[in-house]
Design a protein around this ligand. Structure first.
Ligand code: SF4
Length: 82
């Protein structure tokens, strides 16, 4: 799971913005301004006979600032990205 969903910078971060793009999710902001320090991205590739799924998750980041449920607060009622 991406740690960004519990980070206070999730709605301004350029890395999370790129992750949203990879997951084809709507962006929390169209103009991210926060440059995180040393984000570590885990890429999982799952393939079946019909499709290939690629999942991108931030698993570590020096700029992470915990704000539990930040993403859910911004998008109440929506399915939380995994
Ligand atoms: S954890 Fe790092 S990459 Fe993720 S939103 Fe926070 S600052 Fe950005």
């Amino acid at each position: 799971m991406c740690i960004c969903i519990h980070c206070q910078y999730v709605d301004s971060c350029v890395t999370y913005h790129a992750i949203e793009g990879q997951h084809q999710q709507p962006h929390l902001t169209d103009h991210p301004i926060f440059e995180p320090q040393n984000p570590t991205i885990n890429v999982n590739i799952r393939s079946s006979t019909e499709e290939i799924q690629i999942e991108w998750d931030v698993v570590g980041c020096d700029s992470f600032a915990q704000e539990q449920g930040k993403w859910a607060k911004l998008r109440p009622g929506e399915l939380i990205p995994t």
